[in-house]
Structure formats: C-alpha cells, structure tokens
Ligand binder design. Structure first.
Ligand SMILES: O=c1ccn([C@@H]2O[C@H](COP(=O)(O)OP(=O)(O)O[C@H]3O[C@H](CO)[C@@H](O)[C@H](O)[C@H]3O)[C@@H](O)[C@H]2O)c(=O)[nH]1
Length: 499
C-alpha cells in the first residue's frame, strides 16, 4: 500500500467515523515494517477488534526509506487489507532521513525508529479521540518515552515466543559484567523459571559475530520492562514452562513495571488473499494426501549456490515429493532476496529429473494456504515464530533449519519441548547443512515407516487441536484476549486532545 492509498483511505473513513467518535476511545499500534512483525500485529488487532467496539484502532507506520528495503509481503498484505474494509486507520509518519552512522542492520533500524519519535508524538497529539493504549512492537519500544510523556499506558505486542521474551527480559536486568556473551564457555544458560537452554541455541543472540544485536536485544528487554503489560503470541500449552514463569513474573527484572502478561496465541495470518489460483496450490491439488515436503525460509531466507545444490541433491535422493520456494540472496544492505535464478542455483537437469514429483517455485509463496493444504506432509522451515505457529495451526510436523536471531531457540523448542520436529544437524557457524544430513531428516519426517516421523506427526495433530481449542470461545487464549480487550476498553480516558 502506498502512502497515497493509505491517506485517501483514511480521509474517507474520517468523515463516517466523526459521527460515532464521541463515545469511543482509540488504541494506537506501532508495528515494525517487517513481514514477521507488521502482519502479526495487524492480525492481532483484527482479533482484538472482534471483542466489542469500544475503541478505534489506529496504526502508526514507518514506511521503508527506499522501496527495495520494504518486505514485498508487507506491501501485498496491506493492499489486501484494503479490500477487507477493516475499520483500522493507518498513519504513515512523515519521512525522516535515515541514519548514516551505524554498526549493522539492527542498529540502523533501531536508530531509524528512534528518529521518528517526534512524529509519533505529533500523531498521538492529533488523535481524533482520547487514547487508552499504545501497543508497541518490542523493537519500537523506545516510544514508551512518548507514551509516558502523554500519560498513555504502553503495551508490548511481542511477535516471537514466550521463551525468547523471558530471556530478553531476564538478561536486560543483568549488570554489564553478567552479559551472557561472557558466559559463552558454559554449556547451558539457566534462567529462573525456564528449563536450561543450550548455549548453542542462543549464542547467535549474544555473540559479536553479528554486529550489535546483543546490545539492542538487551536494550529492548530493558525498555519492555517499562511497559504496563506484555502480549504474547503463544499460550501455556505451547510453552507451558515459559508462559507460567512469566505470568508469575519469575524471569522478569525485579524493578519491572509489567503488571500483566497476556498469552493470547496463536494468532496467524489466515487470509486466503485470492491465492487459490496460485500455481503451487493447483499443483498441490494433484498430489496425494500428506505426501509433499514443503521448503520455505521466511521473508528473508535464501541460500547461495553451494547450499542450494546440497538441498537439491537431498530432495532428489530422498525420493519424496516436494515444493520448494527458492530465491537468490541479495547482496545489498537491507535488500530482500530476489526471484530465484534457477539456472544458477540448481544442478543441471534437476528440474527435468524431478518434474514428476517436485515443484520449484522461484519466488514468495502463499505460505499459510500451502501449509493448510492436505497434500502437505512436512515443513522444512527457518523457524521464524510465525512460520512455526502456522505449521502447528495446520498440524504439519517440521524439520527446523534456523538461520538467525532467536530461530535457533525456536528450533530447540520445536524438537525438545513440543516434540513436533525432527532435529537437523547444521553447522551453526556457517549455517550449512549437508545433502546427506538433509536427506536423512526428510526421510525421517516423511517415510511412512519412520517411528520418529510417526511420533512427530501425532504430536503435531495434538498441538493443532490444542491451539484451536485455546482460541475458541472459553479457551485459555480467548479468555486472556477478552480480559485484555476489557482492560483496554475500560482504561478510562487517560489522554485528551491538547486542543
Ligand atoms: O514465501 C513466503 C515466505 C514467508 N511468508 C510469510 O511471512 C511470514 C514470515 O514470518 P516468520 O516466519 O516469523 O519469519 P521472518 O519474517 O523471518 O520473521 C522475523 O520475525 C519473527 C517474529 O518476531 C522472528 O521469529 C524471526 O526470527 C524473524 O526473522 C509468515 O507469516 C509466512 O507465512 C509467506 O507468506 N511467503
């Protein structure tokens, strides 16, 4: 959605809304413009808005500084949202020149978000109705300062899982000398209330290999401790230990202001987006039930030639049907992968040799629609939390292939806590997986006679049912969401227009 679209849309709505505005308040959302964050937050807002209509929902948006830096998934999602005619209002913030001095991607994005704070304040002050809450992505939590200044309660909508939030919050209150980065010699990290977490799962967060992520991870942990409450896209069936510990407050900083934890998940994007006509789905219609292994690595995941060829070889040797979304990595700073250059990425003759049982799709795919298709029997995923939830929602067992951030931790949970995934051995330093190892994991997941496969398939079905029950009327996530909606609607008028 372009700025013009958003603004026209907003102007049309303003008129009709004016009439009923008198008794309503507003909840403002401030997401991060990335597929795993923006879409997840809007989907959460949709669900929240089904609980009565005592408030209007507004979104503050920092649009990408350059069209190549914005996830294509975000723009197509925003466009499809227009057709759904939600009552949400979007406010793209006026452009601010991006920072020129920074160390790595996360620092760039963090500094850029901070530079928008004057505009955030301006927008909130211009609100057409009193504001009862500001709901922030954790990576936009510097806006808590603005919320405090205007006496607006702030909430964090955390787009990943409860365990990684517990870690973030716990480490944020550690003194510099206890920086987990310095503990890299121990084998497991012990956080009060959590099961011990192997260091290999989190060293990516705390090693200096990837610029300053650890510094910002701790910074946002500290900021989120200043919020009134944290909303988690999880529940205490998926992550019993972490959710229960967080509800008790065990891993939180002693001086935290957080007084509520709302595990309301899973929230997934379930819109069909007219993708029924998509070639991948038509192809799946022709495949037997649960016969296809699906490979997709999130909004930013893409492999070089050498790794892509190992994947191709594993797929060929495994003998199983497959659907592989493949793209070419971008060399540009903040650039997104481009359509897969199949001639370069695949070994000669691969497509011809596998055409009876495989489809290679050189672009983004309608992931949730694919996962919901009955022909899908397994998912090889980079373990972005949304991808994990989508797979679980449709009862699809996984092979985790984590790439960045907290994805190694998510992979650990899928295998060791939820028992819905077959472990894959990867060289974490290089992120490399050999053809032999991938072939083994695919066979383990997909072979009918595989005991491990049978076990993860059964668990995936159990989790699917439990997740659906959790969000149904009366389910545990439903009740948390209902309580949150009541709190937001009841909060009283905490901020009045300045004029
Ligand atoms: O071809 C594709 C690829 C992805 N998706 C969708 O894009 C979203 C991707 O989200 P996610 O699986 O969470 O991956 P990332 O985009 O990599 O997510 C970022 O944000 C997540 C939530 O905070 C973190 O868990 C991840 O580590 C971080 O990389 C999902 O809804 C997918 O269905 C598509 O629809 N088509």
């Amino acid at each position: 959605m372009h700025v013009d679209h958003i603004q026209t849309h907003r102007n049309k709505k303003r008129k009709s809304i004016k009439k009923v505005m008198a008794n309503k308040t507003c909840v403002y959302f401030f997401p991060v413009y990335a597929a795993g964050h923006l879409i997840a937050m809007i989907e959460f807002a949709k669900r929240l808005s089904t609980f009565g209509n005592s408030f209007f929902i507004h979104f503050l948006l920092i649009l990408p500084d350059n069209p190549n830096h914005g996830s294509p998934l975000c723009s197509s999602y925003l466009q499809s949202l227009q057709a759904q005619n939600t009552a949400f209002q979007f406010h793209p913030l006026p452009f601010v020149e991006p920072p020129t001095s920074f160390n790595g991607t996360i620092e760039f994005l963090s500094l850029r978000t901070r530079s928008y704070m004057p505009h955030v304040k301006e927008q909130l002050l211009a609100s057409p109705s009193p504001i009862t809450a500001l709901v922030l992505d954790v990576f936009a939590s510097d806006a808590i300062d603005v919320a405090n200044e205007l006496n607006i309660p702030s909430y964090i909508y955390y787009t990943s899982n409860a365990t990684s939030y517990a870690l973030m919050s716990h480490f944020s209150c550690q003194k510099e000398e206890n920086n987990p980065k310095d503990n890299l010699k121990v084998e497991a990290i012990c956080v009060p209330g959590l099961v011990p977490i192997p260091l290999t799962c989190i060293e990516y967060l705390f090693s200096n290999r990837k610029s300053t992520f650890d510094k910002w991870f701790m910074h946002y942990g500290r900021r989120s401790n200043e919020a009134k409450a944290v909303i988690l896209n999880s529940n205490n069936y998926l992550e019993k230990t972490a959710v229960e510990a967080l509800v008790k407050g065990t891993p939180l900083a002693p001086d935290t202001k957080i007084s509520g934890i709302y595990p309301i998940g899973p929230v997934i994007s379930s819109d069909k987006n007219n993708s029924q006509e998509h070639e991948c789905l038509k192809w799946l219609d022709r495949q037997p039930m649960k016969s296809v292994v699906f490979l997709c690595f999130g909004s930013t995941g893409a492999f070089d030639v050498s790794q892509s060829r190992q994947i191709a070889s594993a797929l060929e040797q495994s003998g199983h049907r497959f659907l592989w979304a493949i793209r070419t990595p971008s060399n540009e700073f903040l650039g997104f992968p481009t359509d897969g250059n199949l001639g370069e990425l695949l070994p000669g003759g691969f497509i011809e040799r596998t055409k009876e049982r495989g489809l290679v799709w050189p672009s983004l795919v309608p992931q949730t629609d694919i996962l919901s298709h009955e022909a899908i029997g397994g998912f090889i995923t980079h373990c972005g939390w949304n991808s994990c939830l989508e797979s679980l929602w449709f009862g699809v067992p996984m092979v985790p292939w984590p790439l960045h951030f907290e994805q190694h931790l998510n992979a650990f949970q899928l295998v060791n806590e939820m028992h819905v995934a077959i472990a894959l051995e990867l060289d974490r330093k290089e992120g490399f997986v050999s053809a032999k190892e991938l072939e083994r994991a695919i066979k383990c997941l997909m072979d009918e006679g595989s005991d491990e496969g049978r076990s993860v398939r059964k668990r995936a079905q159990e989790i699917k049912l439990a997740c659906r029950k959790a969000v149904e009327v009366g389910g545990m996530s439903y009740i948390h969401l209902q309580n949150l909606a009541t709190e937001l609607g009841r909060q009283g008028v905490v901020h009045r227009l300045s004029t």
